[in-house]
Write a new protein. Structure first.
Length: 122
């Protein structure tokens, strides 16, 4: 007798692929408000990197770099708050972060890799 445990449709977001990368992006966006969800997103990205097609791997690289570069920009902004321009750089960091997620999401919908996943900008 074989185990025929039903595979729930909602479990697909944990499997490596485009839906998983989108879930990581959602966790990143929620991290702008909650904070800790971005950490869950980066962990999922590292766990699933290397387990998918090349064009999806490209998006994992993009997502991982988005997290780390965004963290760096955020830390720089926190230091710059002391000289009153940190608020501006903080807002620019959030805009940069959201733009990178939107660009990746659009490419995922088109089934395309990111043009330059190692970029610091877009």
């Amino acid at each position: 007798m074989t185990d025929q445990t039903p595979h729930r449709e909602t479990d697909r977001w944990l499997e490596p692929g485009a839906l998983n990368v989108k879930a990581i992006h959602v966790l990143y966006l929620a991290g702008l408000v909650v904070g800790v969800t971005a950490l869950a997103g980066i962990v999922i990205a590292y766990i699933n990197r290397g387990k998918s097609e090349a064009w999806i791997e490209n998006h994992y690289t993009w997502a991982i770099r988005t997290f780390w570069i965004g963290l760096l920009y955020s830390l720089i902004s926190m230091v710059l708050v002391l000289v009153a321009i940190g608020f501006i750089t903080g807002l620019l960091t959030v805009a940069w972060f959201v733009a990178r997620i939107v660009f990746s999401w659009q490419a995922l919908d088109r089934g395309e890799p990111m043009k330059n996943p190692d970029s610091w900008m877009f």
